[in-house]
Design a protein around this ligand. Structure first.
Ligand SMILES: [Zn+2]
Length: 379
């Protein structure tokens, strides 16, 4: 078996627990007594992502949510107190919401009472029929095969993720049913509570995954979500997280900024050229070479670089000769623009002060072009 989360092949076997009930929802009748010998739960941990998991097959009803007949008043009050701040903070009133694995739909009802436009997704037809009898909007299905008509701004998944054999596929399926910047509220049992109490009898065939806050975060982050908040609830028995769907980084502002840089450099170089001075750029690193060709600095006379393996070659696209600092006089360079990252710039300034103290020197710091006064340069 490979890791259920990251597909890594190396799993450490932690425990082999013999004599466990076949499943949480297995209640044998008299005819099954002879066959009911119990099962062995094999607990493994991924060497790569650290996730604790069972190597057992999922129980045959893992897509269904089996809960008590209906949500108690205190449970309902607790759910409301957890959802209310999320709804307020993120302005979710009237927005589409989905509960993934909603059982008979009690929490869907709560979300609708709180002003969301919520529906549930549940695999068990029996649960779906029960919900429908109470006019709770529930669709029969499983998230990995589900595509909603209108995407959601919020989802909820309560103690259901730990049942899933393919947690990443499961979460990515939720993700594709969300709008950009969609949010979610997820709860799972807390493995640190189980192990902190040496409660090994809590391992159960139904729960294939045993999350800590850390591995839950990893799971979510490699499945397209960002964790906004994580806290222990239910007397530390459970972890609850608020997540948001990852959205692509906006690059438009950076493109505008690049255009500004190109304009500044081009104007500077044209000015020096029209003053009749011979200009070289110092720096043949990949950044400087890219920027000088993007800015079309055809007017420069040469590129200076102290790396011998670059000297004597030509720059790409502009085809300017790369020369050694020793040849500055030979090429009659009168103005130098430094385009060097970090510490190199101060070394070059000291070199120029020593050997070319009348050089007109400028430095480009990614924002502006400043004239350097040789007298102020440290040696
Ligand atoms: Zn893993």
């Amino acid at each position: 078996m490979n890791c259920r989360l990251c597909d890594h092949a190396a799993l450490d076997k932690l425990l082999s627990l013999e004599g466990f009930p076949k499943a949480a929802q297995y209640f044998p009748d008299v005819s099954e007594f002879d066959e009911d010998k119990g099962i062995t739960l094999v607990v493994v941990q991924c060497q790569c992502c650290g996730l604790i998991q069972l190597s057992n097959d999922p129980v045959d009803y893992y897509k269904e949510v089996i809960t008590a007949a209906s949500m108690s008043q205190p449970s309902k009050a607790r759910l409301i107190s957890r959802l209310q701040p999320i709804i307020n903070r993120h302005d979710l009133i009237g927005k589409n919401a989905l509960e993934v694995g909603c059982g008979t739909g009690d929490a869907v009802l709560v979300m609708n009472e709180m002003g969301l436009n919520a529906r549930g997704l549940e695999y068990s037809s029996e649960n779906v029929n029960k919900a429908k009898k109470r006019n709770i909007p529930v669709t029969q299905g499983y998230i990995e095969d589900y595509a909603c008509e209108q995407k959601n701004d919020f989802f909820m998944c309560l103690n259901y993720l730990e049942h899933q054999p393919r947690p990443r596929k499961f979460l990515k399926s939720i993700n594709r049913n969300l709008n950009q910047n969609g949010l979610g509220y997820i709860t799972v049992p807390n493995f640190d509570f189980l192990i902190g109490n040496s409660a090994l009898h809590e391992f159960v065939a139904d729960h294939l995954i045993y999350f800590t806050e850390e591995t839950l975060r990893t799971t979510l982050e490699i499945s397209g979500f960002r964790v906004l908040e994580s806290q222990l609830i239910n007397n530390d028995n459970d972890i609850s997280v608020i997540v948001s769907k990852n959205s692509p980084l906006l690059m438009t502002d950076h493109m505008e900024e690049l255009t500004n840089k190109k304009t500044k450099l081009k104007e500077f170089v044209e000015k020096v050229n029209s003053d009749g001075k011979r200009l070289a750029i110092w720096g043949a690193g990949h950044r400087a070479l890219a920027l000088m060709s993007l800015s079309n600095l055809r007017e420069i006379k040469a590129i200076i670089d102290s790396a011998p393996f670059k000297q004597g070659h030509f720059s790409p696209l502009l085809h300017k000769e790369i020369i050694s600092p020793k040849d500055i006089d030979k090429y009659k360079i009168e103005v130098i623009l430094l385009m060097l990252p970090g510490d190199y710039a101060s070394e070059v300034r000291a070199f120029l002060k020593n050997y070319h103290k009348n050089m007109e020197l400028y430095i480009f710091d990614e924002i502006q072009i400043d004239k350097v006064c040789m007298a102020d340069v440290d040696q």
